[in-house]
Design a protein around this ligand. Structure first.
Ligand SMILES: [Zn+2]
Length: 777
């Protein structure tokens, strides 16, 4: 037989086409961002196809969702295509009642270059070859992988552009060995050979096989997950007028053949849309899955060189089987309902095919080309099947999802992107869920408050409450980044509310921000002059206590000393992380307040008032304008705010939170700032060390990170003060604010401490008097 003669008998095949719903790409982007990251291993996915009647093609539904529109057999992917990854979902699995599921793999490369440079031939032959060469193995498992697909893609997560290329791998025999039909027996429409009864019999039998497999899958748990829909490959046996359909199995094939009284045919479900003229003689292109079927029969059934009968089985349509129908008892109505699911024939063909030999599928391996060193394989399987692009040329397709995404969705995605990318390489242990669920309370919505809030957005913090009693004034917008001139009009908006609104305008509605307008009571600021005033302040205190209780982290960003007293006390009383930031003209302080005793240093970290030897009192008295306003170098607030937020993020990543040990001051070097080194390994979070205090100066551009333990007689955080607050609550706060400063000094024990210190100093001075005088001379 010459090859030229054969060429006329070559079978043609109709390739699959891909249809990808945007939801698939969205799910895949999420997977890439959250779990795959830099990993470039192929990920198992699945696609589905269905068979719809050709009449739908011309009617109202000319959308792209029909499987056979425009004569294409579409493999459809959507968000459920990735659900096979969810092992929980398959465990207590709902049956996958699609008409047919195909397994696939997607490989997401990390760069556009990687996409371009990927050797497409090698890719399809590496990942697309069905496991035919392996000996043994469950026949069902091999068959399940016989028809599959591959996706190679690069997704630019920043601008939502995607480049992708589908392949429907088909084993191909060596050139000159292509699949052909026997010239004396050209393909024939089955209807022209078989009687009407036989045709109906075939469809009924296929349907029964389908029902049987579905029923088995439902009853046998381990088969549930493996169920992929109606059978693609099966055996048809005809005996006189009677037709039977069997699941494809080598044993069945051998048994039927040995019985001798059957005509055994290999059937496959051909999704290729039927041609409009059903009476045509010329064979249309056959379903793509026939290529691997024949390879399978050659290699696994050892039918190479033999003539076999193949039925391209084409129902007009296949409906999903309603699951409740399976449980229905056999009665007339059930039988009727089942009959309704049968399909008419859509142009099934009978083919007489000469199966290529198994070694016709063995191509000379790469070792025959330039590289003769490494490979030991003598031969390799070769696959074809890259999809043509929209211009019917071999090449990838391009897609931009941006128009499909709502602005809000885009904003949320984009905001998260930089944070997610940090997890890829820089900080894999970054806990973004913890950050996004952390509730922050910002006391002060001025220069520091605005800057802290904006930096919190950068870290993906979504829950921000701001407290302030001021209104936005014309002097604010230039320095306070959440306000504009419009906020200053008509006497100015409430600062806290304006700032909260601005956060949502900047970062979208997923930000839960709110503003609370209240005055923080301060020692030295009597509020009992009128009953009305006292009632207001009492309510403010209640509100503040509630806010503190509901929050995870408190930022103390007010602009006077004494307004920090009550929040400092509340933070310790309710065990809340508190980060304090304060500005001088050209220096700043950021510190955390200790809550309990650190295990490593055996002392609690101090608060803002611990270094004081005076109680807080009214510092606004006798102040000139430049002393009353926060007059600072304009860059200072942003530096301090950034440090405060970064410190919080580090602390949230340490199991002890705000009580994470602070690094011990360096004993060897003259530097105040301990670096990250072996000695500090136990005091660091994934983001580095966590100092107790950060003091910076803009005149010398230096930083110090001192660690100062709590002072036992502190007027804000000592046990005595906390106990007094816990005991008397509002009455204690009232006394502290409205009586003179000796009250707090007495409660905290500071008065006694000062007296003792004074007495000691006196004694010391008396003792050393002479010596001092002598020395000065
Ligand atoms: Zn203290």
């Amino acid at each position: 037989m010459s090859t030229t003669k054969n060429n006329n008998n070559l079978l043609k095949f109709h390739p699959f086409s891909s249809t990808v719903e945007p939801s698939f790409w969205l799910s895949l982007s999420k997977l890439k961002l959250h779990s795959l990251k830099l990993n470039e291993d192929p990920v198992p996915i699945q696609g589905s196809f269905s068979i719809t009647p050709p009449t739908i093609r011309n009617s109202k539904d000319s959308g792209s969702n029909n499987s056979s529109v425009g004569g294409l057999v579409r493999i459809r992917l959507d968000q459920s295509s990735l659900s096979s990854l969810d092992t929980n979902a398959t465990k207590d699995c709902t049956i996958q009642n699609e008409v047919r599921i195909l397994p696939g793999k997607v490989l997401v490369v990390n760069t556009k270059e990687g996409f371009k440079q990927c050797d497409k031939n090698e890719f399809i032959s590496t990942h697309g070859v069905p496991p035919l060469q392996e000996e043994g193995g469950e026949e069902e498992a091999v068959l399940a992988k016989l028809a599959s697909f591959l996706v190679l893609t690069y997704m630019n997560l920043k601008d939502h552009s995607i480049v992708y290329w589908f392949a429907f791998p088909a084993l191909t025999p060596k050139s000159g060995k292509a699949i052909s039909y026997i010239s004396q027996q050209p393909p024939q429409l089955l209807q022209q050979i078989w009687s009407q009864g036989q045709m109906e019999n075939l469809h009924e039998e296929y349907h029964k096989l389908r029902m049987l497999q579905l029923q088995t899958a439902i009853q046998e748990k381990e088969k549930k997950a493996a169920y992929k829909g109606c059978p693609l490959y099966f055996i048809i046996a005809s005996q006189e007028d009677k037709i039977q359909c069997h699941a494809l199995s080598y044993q069945t094939f051998v048994n039927l053949t040995n019985e001798g009284n059957h005509n055994v045919m290999f059937g496959f479900l051909d999704a290729t849309p039927s041609s409009s003229s059903s009476q045509q003689q010329q064979a249309p292109p056959m379903g793509w899955i026939l290529r691997n079927y024949i390879a399978y029969l050659s290699i696994k059934y050892k039918l190479g060189g033999m003539n076999v009968q193949i039925v391209s089985f084409k129902p007009k349509m296949l409906r999903r089987i309603p699951l409740d129908l399976l449980n229905e008892k056999e009665n007339e109505s059930a039988t009727l309902k089942k009959k309704e699911l049968y399909s008419e024939d859509g142009g099934s063909f009978l083919l007489n095919v000469t199966v290529p030999h198994a070694n016709d599928y063995q191509w000379p391996s790469a070792s025959n080309t330039t590289d003769t060193t490494a490979t030991t394989k003598q031969h390799a399987y070769k696959c074809v099947g890259w999809e043509l692009n929209a211009r019917s040329k071999p090449g990838p397709r391009f897609l931009n999802l941006t128009p499909l995404l709502s602005p809000t969705h885009l904003a949320v995605q984009a905001m998260d992107l930089n944070l997610r990318l940090m997890k890829w390489r820089m900080i894999p242990s970054l806990n973004l869920d913890k950050l996004s669920s952390t509730k922050t309370l910002l006391l002060g919505a001025g220069t520091l408050g605005c800057a802290v809030a904006r930096t919190l957005l950068g870290w993906g913090i979504k829950n921000i409450t701001l407290v302030d009693n001021g209104k936005v004034s014309y002097s604010n917008p230039a320095r306070q980044s959440l306000f504009t001139l419009a906020d200053c009009e008509n006497g100015g908006k409430d600062k806290a509310n304006a700032a909260a609104l601005a956060l949502q305008q900047i970062a979208g509605p997923t930000i839960q921000s709110s503003g609370v307008n209240l005055t923080i009571p301060m020692p030295g600021h009597d509020f009992t002059s009128t009953p009305d005033e006292e009632a207001t302040v009492q309510k403010d205190i209640e509100t503040l206590v509630n806010l503190v209780e509901q929050s995870d982290v408190i930022f103390l960003l007010t602009d006077t000393r004494e307004s920090r007293w009550l929040p400092a006390l509340l933070a310790r009383s309710y065990s809340k992380m508190l980060i304090n930031a304060a500005l001088g003209f050209d220096s700043w302080l950021v510190m955390r307040h200790g809550l309990s005793t650190c295990t490593s240093t055996k002392s609690r970290l101090g608060c803002y008032f611990c270094s004081d030897i005076v109680a807080p009192e009214n510092s606004m008295k006798d102040r000139t304008l430049d002393q009353q306003c926060t007059v600072t170098r304009p860059g200072l607030a942003n530096i301090a705010a950034s440090m405060a937020v970064e410190l919080m993020v580090s602390l949230l990543h340490h199991e002890d939170g705000v009580d994470a040990p602070a690094p011990a001051p360096s004993t060897t070097s003259t530097s105040y700032s301990p670096g990250i080194g072996a000695q500090n390994d136990n005091v660091s979070s994934p983001l580095g060390i966590m100092p107790h205090q950060i003091r910076g100066s803009l005149t010398s551009y230096t930083l110090m990170t001192p660690t100062i333990p709590a002072f036992q007689c502190c007027t804000a955080c000592s046990d005595a003060v906390v106990d007094a607050y816990k005991k008397d609550g509002y009455e204690f706060v009232k006394k502290a604010c409205c009586s003179d400063s000796t009250f707090l000094k007495d409660v905290s024990g500071l008065s006694a401490f000062q007296e003792e210190a004074a007495a000691k100093m006196e004694a010391f001075m008396e003792e050393e008097d002479d010596w001092d005088l002598e020395d000065e001379e």
